[in-house]
Design a binder for this molecule. Sequence first.
Ligand code: LLP
Length: 423
Amino acid sequence: MNHFELRDGELHCEGVPLSRIAASVGTPVYVYSAATLRRHFNVFRDALRSHPQIGEPLVAYAVKANSNVQVLKVLAAEGAGADTVSEGEVRRALAAGVPADKIVFSGVGKTRREIAFALATGVAEINVESEPEVKLIAEVAAELGVKAKIAFRVNPDVSAGGHAKISTGKAENKFGVSFAEAARLYANASNHAHLEPIGVACHIGSQITDLAPMEAAFRKMRGLVESLRAEGLTVERLDLGGGLGVPYFNQPEPPTPADFAAMVARVVDGLDVQLAFEPGRVIAANAGILLAEVIHVHERPEGRRFLVLDAAMNDLIRPAMYDAYHDIRPVKPRGSETAVYDVVGPVCETGDTFTRDRPLPVLAGGDLIAFMSAGAYGSTMASEYNTRPLVPEVLVDGDKFAVIRARPTYDEMLAREMSAEWV
Ligand code: LLP
């Protein structure tokens, strides 16, 4: 459930009509619902908490999905931790008030500087993705005179389905270590003066709509916890990553958080381990839309009808990058007549196409439309390609709204560039 609904003939975000936001901030603009963020976080955590086998999980929201500090603050106030993949994301989580002991630091290529920063911050767990990385963490921890809490990210070699660009759990992908490596590295690390292995982690992909591959991966992870313990090693935490899908337009229905939690409870029954999760999309996707204006409708004699928007691939790259389908809704629908459109942006590439042959209510220049389910991996993947100002963000809470990232002016954009004196 989300809080984008038609009221009096106009799409609203909670109590705010979207046309009011467009009039005050301009388009394109991302609009987020605080109530939906809170609701999704609580539905996910409560589903897990309802199983005594799971206990109190660490729900570390995957910051990469939507990293605006105000969004993080809304989630932190509900008790969310943060799954981060860069020093920048750790800094965002801290700025939002996420306590360091709820921050997980993941990523395949952490730099020495980032590791030092994470250790100085005292993050809950650094997820180690490779043998060279364990060495680097040990070295940095020794220099700082601290003991690094690490978890080994294991690649369970399970195919999660979904788009190849966001599938991470096969052995051919760059993520994590094998089960054999994990056992050896865990044992070595537990004898190291500056390493404290606390657990194991996995994440097999994103937008997963079938629980079976997740269950297969989680069962393998349970087996690993048991075999490490059988060697006399301490394993306190099992981090099961993120990946649960959301409903996109015309795509397979994902399992619910309740189905997911019931599956997890079955897998971990009797294991007695602290569980961590790293959900991103399932929290943020349906909490946000991209609001855009139709510039004009261009009908070609060959028969194609292009709906040209003021939003483009630089604002929402998912359709171009992953062939993703976002539902497109008119903000003020005018009756039941429909037409078939190719929906495109102004960027100079054919890839700047949001969808082709999509039946939509009839639209005209000046109309507002909303790309639904755009709250995750929308603004965080936006760029200024074609020197289009970085798309702004608005947060709605009840009847209030605030700009939480301003659209830069052209002067600000140009001022970031410096002169090379010899040019
Ligand atoms: N944990 C790790 C280690 C991850 O790599 C990811 C996502 C997550 C958690 C969160 O996954 P989620 O619950 O959001 O599925 N840009 C792509 C998605 C990339 C996901 C990358 N990793 C898209 O727009 O579909």
